[in-house]
Design a protein. Structure first.
Length: 198
């Protein structure tokens, strides 16, 4: 009996292939024809869901954020103060990103591409990350996306921390600093921003 592949299984296979290609050779190695071939689907089928490699890479990043959300729900960032929990959170997220350096650089390039067709996906990823940052500040596993409003202060702090983190990762990607320096910069940013917005 033939196993009918679900849309989720097909999507996961596409993203798995893209991540593997990116980690093997970076952004330029993620060619849609190769993704389609290795995922076992027609190129036209791939284009319907993912018109560009940027679409695929941002979708892979969003999936990783969903995985991080589940991990943080099971084991929230540790610490007795908001700053300590944020420090722990950014240590975890930075390590996860830097553990696959070529893939991370490919994803950073995709997010920063300025392609209008991925703006919505980037915004969804940023909103999910904001909620994870706020969960760390609050010391909870955090609200499910869309289930609870963030205060103006929480939204402001999370947005700025996420932007600082992105800029620090870009510097890491360019070889200007190491993973430890990214974490150190985030620890400083966490303390300064929370103190400034009390």
């Amino acid at each position: 009996m033939l196993h009918r592949v679900s849309l989720k299984e097909r999507r996961d296979r596409i993203l798995d292939v893209a991540v593997d290609l990116a980690e093997a050779g970076g952004f330029d190695n993620v060619r849609q024809r190769d993704v389609a071939d290795q995922a076992g689907i027609a190129l036209a089928t791939l284009y319907k869901s993912f018109p560009s490699k940027e679409n695929i890479l941002v979708a892979a990043l969003e999936r990783e954020a969903q995985t991080l959300e589940r991990k943080m729900a099971a084991r929230p960032a540790q610490g007795t103060t908001p700053v300590e929990r944020l420090d722990a959170f950014f240590k975890i997220t930075t390590r996860a990103m830097c553990n696959k350096p070529k893939y991370a650089r490919a994803v950073l390039r995709a997010v920063a591409s300025g392609e209008s067709e991925i703006a919505g996906s980037v915004a969804q990823y940023q909103e999910r990350m904001n909620r994870l940052i706020v969960a760390a500040m609050r010391g909870t596993e955090g609200p499910a996306p869309g289930s609870e409003e963030l205060s103006d202060r929480e939204q402001l702090v999370a947005t700025y921390l996420q932007r600082i983190w992105f800029a620090s990762l870009v510097a890491w990607s360019a070889g200007l600093q190491g993973q430890a320096e990214v974490v150190s910069q985030m620890c400083t940013a966490n303390e300064l921003l929370l103190r400034a917005t009390r």
